[in-house]
Design a protein around this ligand. Sequence first.
Ligand code: AQP
Length: 351
Amino acid sequence: KPLVFSGVQPTGNLHLGNYLGAIRKFVALQEDNDCIYCVVDLHALTAQLVHEDMRNQIRSIAAAFIASGIDPKKHIVFNQSAVPQHSELAWIFNCVARIGWMERMTQFKDKTGGKNAEQVSLGLLAYPSLMAADILVYRATHVPVGDDQKQHLELTRDIAQKFNIDFGGHIRKAGTGVDIVVGEEPVHAYFPMVEPLIGGPAPRVMSLRDGTKKMSKSDASDLSRINLLDDADTISKKIRKAKTDPDALPSEVEGLKGRPEAENLVGIYAALSDKSKADILAEFGGQQFSVFKPALVDLAVNVLSPITDEMRRLMDDTSHIDAILRDGGERARARAEKTMKEVRDIIGFVQ
Ligand code: AQP
């Protein structure tokens, strides 16, 4: 079975963008794949070092995974810091990757805009290297993520490729590689070329206050996002207050061009109802937002409230969540150590 890996940072309230862009895909992929889903707590230190309630943040992401339908027995759910092999491989990748590759990342530029180098952690720059290690320490091949992570996954491929080329002779000697084709080139590779799984009607859910900005945990305005822990009244208030333009909805998808807020709400509706934007416009084309928004509220509450209720129930008994994370951590560690033994052998470390 193909091996799927993905992670979510414990950096605040999970929102509809995290759910539609990532977690819902995690759930769907369980059927035909071997899946590893990680609460990437080490990444949470990159932008902010000290977190008041790190433990409960980690538990709440794990609770969201389980409440959304991830089966931690058939698959693996764990937190990153429980598997030190991620950090070990990240160090090696720090030496494989080039500083210029990291500096070119748009997320790095967005998060550091206006700051000087004294204010930015080295970890934030190296973040994509740890992300590459998270994935490749399991030699995972498929990574479900939101559209915002596309560039980091391209970098993961670049790191894997450079490792495969730089250590090509060693990989052959160690007898651990496989023949793959990169572009037209046959390569004897240790690390696979990962495939991002991005797509669906809402690969990038936008802020409810500004259709040109992505919905984000760190947006100062809580009205900009729907949190997975919001109750029905809050969801209703946020959707009613969502920014829109004064026109009716178009009946064709092309009519959404240049109308980012309308496109976002239609995309959210489509994703939540498992339909295409065209289907939604066939139903609501010509209608005003005063009709569309209440329908979206009903849909969002119907889809999200069972998840919210289950998350709250799970958070009431932290020992259950902690046991799931411990068990997942053990199984993940065994797999990661198998890779690291081979990597140490390829590099030539004495072990
Ligand atoms: N707006 C979004 N639309 C679609 N997918 C999204 N994701 C995040 N925002 C959107 C996807 O959610 C997964 C987990 O994200 P993360 O928590 O690891 O990091 P992030 O992308 O930095 O998320 P946030 O919410 O925007 O946090 P801050 O504000 O801290 O930067 C990823 O697969 C991501 O693509």
